[in-house]
Design a protein around this ligand. Structure first.
Ligand code: FES
Length: 129
């Protein structure tokens, strides 16, 4: 019988890799993702912010930028429907609704989309990821 300590091998998840091996393929920073007028009020769209897909939403005269990945099963939030009356964006896959102000799922407030900073500079809409 083997001693207990030798039977346990570190899994791939517990090994430590050099930082360079884990380099993020996505850039971080501020990116122009659209122009004012590209989205009508009540519209969502998937935009590219340095390789990061972002759900850009125009609602009630302001812009919001959320992570594009639904917390349920990864649906594309930016392809969803915006319900201005209810104040939500609805995932196109199974209908989870996310509050436009908090980015929290209405059914499960523990499930929250990441919120990115949005600026309008002149005619450019910029998102920081
Ligand atoms: S993947 Fe969004 S509701 Fe299921």
């Amino acid at each position: 019988m083997k001693p207990l300590g030798t039977a346990i091998q570190p899994s791939i998840a517990t090994r430590i890799y050099p930082r360079a091996a884990l380099a993020d393929p996505f850039e971080m920073g501020t990116f122009t993702v659209a122009k004012v007028g590209d989205l009508r009020d009540g519209q969502a769209k998937v935009v590219d912010a340095g390789g990061t897909p972002v759900a850009l939403i125009h609602a009630r005269g302001t812009y919001r930028a959320f992570s594009n990945v639904c917390r349920h099963r990864g649906g594309p939030i930016g392809e969803g429907h915006v319900d201005l009356k209810e104040g939500v964006v609805i995932c196109p896959f199974h209908g989870w609704q996310y509050d436009l102000d908090t980015a929290k799922a209405r059914l499960n407030p523990m499930a929250k989309l990441e919120i990115y900073k949005v600026e309008v500079v002149g005619q450019e809409i910029r998102v920081t990821v």
